[in-house]
Write a protein that binds this ligand. Sequence first.
Ligand code: HEM
Length: 548
Amino acid sequence: MFDAANSLHTIRTMFDAHIINCNFLSDINANTMQHIPSIEFGFGYNNYNDLAVMVLPLAVFFFGAAMILYVGLVVLFFNTDHTVMSLLKMNGIICLQKGSRPPVAPFGMWECIHYMTSDQQPWFPLRAKKALNNTDTFVLPLPRRPVMTGDYRLAREVLTDPLSTKPRTYQEFEPLGVGSIFTRNGSYWHVRRKGAAPAFSTKHVKRMNQVALQRTEKWIEEVLIPCTKSGKSFDLSKEMISIALEAICATAFEYDISPTEKKEFVDNLELQLKEFLTKSINNPFRKYLGCWIPDRRRALEASLANAEFAKRIIAKYRANPNPIKGTIIDLLANNPCYATIDELVADVVLFLTAGHDTTAYTVAFTLLQLAKHPAEQKKVRDEILSSDDSVDQCHYRSRSRKSKHLTMAIKESMRLFPVSASGSARLCGRDFVTKEGWTIPKGTSVVSHIMMIHRNQNVFGANADEYVPSRWENATQAQKDSFLLFSAGKQNCVGQSLAQAEVHCMVSRILKEVELEVEQEGKITWFLTMKPIGARLRPKIRKCVASI
Ligand code: HEM
């Protein structure tokens, strides 16, 4: 921590030491060789006190100028909405009481930027936590000095505080310069979110889930069963993405997406997310050098292509003489708050994105874990087969009471592999005090890091990194409160009821049909969401015949 008063004191002490040394030398000179009457300094200063009078104000001046330059650069290039006061406090330039600020993660700025923008993002804060003796809350050594927390209480407090807002970094995901529900705050966000929320009423979730289930049935018939016959495996993530994207297009937008459109949308999205939500977010200079960076140019083209796809969806809805009432597209297209087609396009792209990627990867992680843990898989399958509940009527709230093992298996997979691992960032609208007594000043960005929260050993015990579905049987209040996959507060996930219903139904429908074995585990990567890539599962016709 840098303290101006301390620094001045240090300069003064060094200076005094220097004077003593020089006096000592001049004494020697005087006694031994020849007398040196005084040491001549530049600028006409003849003694050290005069020099001190000149140097100290200069040092203070240059230090002040450097600080102003630093804050200026941060404000200008790092798109920050922190108040200057919070920046000064978090940089330790204005000292709060000693030890009242969270510790800074012991990494260099470039190292931190490298990890926070790479596929290491979900794991890096866990390393930082370990390096800080398991501290739950710390400052990242980045210019904006964001705070990262794995403490569920602080996370909930910040996320549910009415004064908390999304920081401007969210606007990095506005490649075409138009805001969406996800990227904005205030009335711009409020009218759009309020307009879309009725699409997730119980009635609509049931309807949408039915369609997702039909798509799953079709996939089982066309891909899964043939695999059991040929002994081949399938690419887990690719197949789940395909089902979920088809389902969201059909249910939310009444649009039958073609295989080519599916591929183009997914490829374009990957280009956009990698550029705007990873590379650009912590290296704002990319934005200013945009047209000279090929990746950024390609990402902008990809954004335009996906916007064109959204326009086709809107045009098809408008041409439909008899659209279903209350679908997402129906609510968005008839909401008068959208002043231009581009504003509407931004939210159509948002729902297309948020509505498939997260759900698909959550199903994928769950199936992968169950394939790796055959005993857990058997428990879930036996329960599904012995349930009198027809799977096509499944709605997770009614099912979850009866499907204890299924619910626990999914929840544990969501805990251990949260697709939203990187968490939710919020700008504090007031000061917060952590359980350690550290102050987080108003204006600071706090990132509630879901991976850190979900794997916190103080809450989940020494086996926090293991897949143990039974831990949810008698979960403690702290464990329940730590489950933050869908974030919390007014800007939490608006689609969580649909996501929960789809995940429960897709997993149970697939496991009812086949036994799954891991052929290739693949690896986990991250850009916006955490994903299992390259995992391949081999399905086998199930052996266990429980009472149906
Ligand atoms: C397992 C699946 C899902 C997970 C884990 C998930 C997670 C999240 C999280 C953590 C946020 C808050 C992000 C933040 O604060 O930065 C969020 C926001 C959002 N989600 Fe989801 N989501 C899922 C599925 C869905 C679905 C199916 C939809 C819609 C069809 C959806 C639509 C949205 C929207 C529109 C927002 C922005 C809400 C706002 O800012 O007001 N999500 N989601």
